[in-house]
Ligand binder design. Structure first.
Ligand code: UDP
Length: 413
């Protein structure tokens, strides 16, 4: 496990010093993070790092994962879709499974949740836990990672009822915040530069992974790493690739993904992707195990360009990962990707396969400009989207929540 001091060479001593100072009053605090999957997807990726760091700072942090049956995940996947603006019907039966699963999990976690000083509930899956924990003594925060900018109203209204009892909520960006009767914080996610996913690798490591997956290192490679999810638009990526290939015949596309245990739709989307790829020898579709962090790291480092052509995206850690590896990144013009890609500066924002293909062509023809953008992107991530900034913001808001208004000094301009 990495120690907080190991981040000093990357982010500076002052940042580490500040983290230690803010965390001092939080030592011994019982903090619980709850989500619905241990592996797969951005939330698990973050918790896997932020919980040990909190522990290292003396906070009694733990991570609990709620368990459910098929109907529960079917329901929460539908929530994910409708909250991000894609309507699908959700039956009363599914809603009942959702509530019942939360009630059962609240019972199973009863003592942990009641005794916690602070509970971070991640995303809609475990949101109703609070309702079934009437004797809680700590502060509860709802940490919403998804794009809530245009939710399907009836379902948001239903979920909002569960959210109103919380002491605060956290969104990744201002566009996603919704009217709620408590304080809302804006905290973008982050990546860990020292994790297997992001640590420096040798050219040999990269080459080995490319050989393993039969990728030709001598031809340009464009890569999208994503769960097989329609919001990630893997079909649009294949279309962009086909257009780009017209002017760069040697181009290869790698679509690397796997499932998250709370995402039942992955298999269906993967099938659609395979059909669209139609056995094209220049398209590699890699289904990776959930712990393939080093392989993903090597694929990202070995790629010439990273694409994340999402049509909805809460944040897009894969964009951050690509930028951090100083790769030119083409991202969908949506949600959290907009926070990371400053168009023409730290990467390119696109809305269509045609737009993506044009950007690929530009990057292939302008390697100097591509390199300049990539370096700017890396610096942008260093300043804004590393785990140390994330941790510091969580610690600050924990201090703020625990102390309420009593120690607050208001300045008037
Ligand atoms: N990821 C992974 N294996 C996969 C697909 C994705 O490890 O097969 C990782 C990816 O590298 C990133 C995270 O899962 O760290 C995905 O986060 P993102 O915010 O991009 O999307 P989400 O899946 O949370 O919608």
């Amino acid at each position: 496990m990495k120690l907080i001091d190991d981040y000093a060479p990357i982010v500076g001593e002052d940042v580490i010093h500040h983290i230690r100072e803010i965390s001092a009053p939080l030592r011994g605090l019982k903090v619980v993070h709850v989500n619905s999957t241990k592996i797969g997807g951005g939330v698990a990726e973050i918790l896997d790092r932020i919980v040990p760091l909190m522990m290292e700072l003396g906070i009694e942090a733990r991570w609990e994962v709620i368990k459910g049956e098929e109907k529960f995940y079917e329901c929460t996947k539908s929530f994910h879709n409708v909250l991000q603006g894609k309507y699908v019907p959700i039956s009363d039966l599914l809603l009942r499974a959702y509530e019942l699963t939360n009630q059962e999990n609240a019972e199973a976690l009863r003592s942990v949740l009641e005794e916690a000083d602070m509970v971070f509930v991640h995303d809609p899956q475990p949101l109703p836990l609070l309702k079934w924990t009437p004797k809680r003594r700590g502060k509860w925060l709802w940490r919403c990672h998804i794009d809530l900018s245009h939710p399907y109203r009836p379902i948001w209204k239903y979920l909002r009822e569960f959210a109103t009892g919380y002491d605060a909520s956290i969104f990744s960006l201002a566009d996603f915040a919704q009217p709620l009767p408590h304080t809302q914080y804006l905290v973008p996610p982050s990546i860990d530069p020292l994790s297997d996913k992001n640590i420096e690798l040798t050219p040999r490591d990269i080459r080995e992974t490319q050989d393993q997956f039969d990728i030709d290192p001598d031809r340009p490679i464009i890569l999208q790493v994503s769960r097989f999810d329609r919001f990630k638009d893997p079909i649009g990526v294949i279309r962009a690739f086909r257009l780009a290939k017209r002017f760069s015949p040697g181009l290869q596309l790698v679509l690397a993904g796997g499932g998250a245990s709370d995402d039942p739709e992955g298999g269906i989307v993967l099938k659609e992707v395979r059909e669209e790829a139609n056995n094209d020898p220049d398209i590699r579709i890699l289904v990776l195990p959930p712990d393939a962090h080093r392989s993903i790291n090597a694929l990202q480092r070995g790629a010439n360009f990273i694409i994340q052509k999402s049509i909805k995206e809460g944040f897009g850690l894969t964009v951050t990962e690509g930028l951090w590896k100083a790769k030119p990144v083409i991202g969908g013009d949506t949600g959290g990707i907009r926070l990371q890609i400053i168009d023409h500066h730290t990467g390119f924002l696109v809305s269509t396969p045609e737009g993506a293909a044009l950007r690929i062509r530009y990057l292939l023809r302008q390697p100097g400009k591509a390199q300049e953008m990539a370096l700017k992107g890396k610096e942008f991530v260093r300043q804004n989207f590393l785990i140390t900034r994330h941790l510091r913001e969580y610690l600050s808001l924990m201090v703020a929540l625990l102390h309420g208004d009593e120690d607050r000094v208001e300045f008037q301009m």
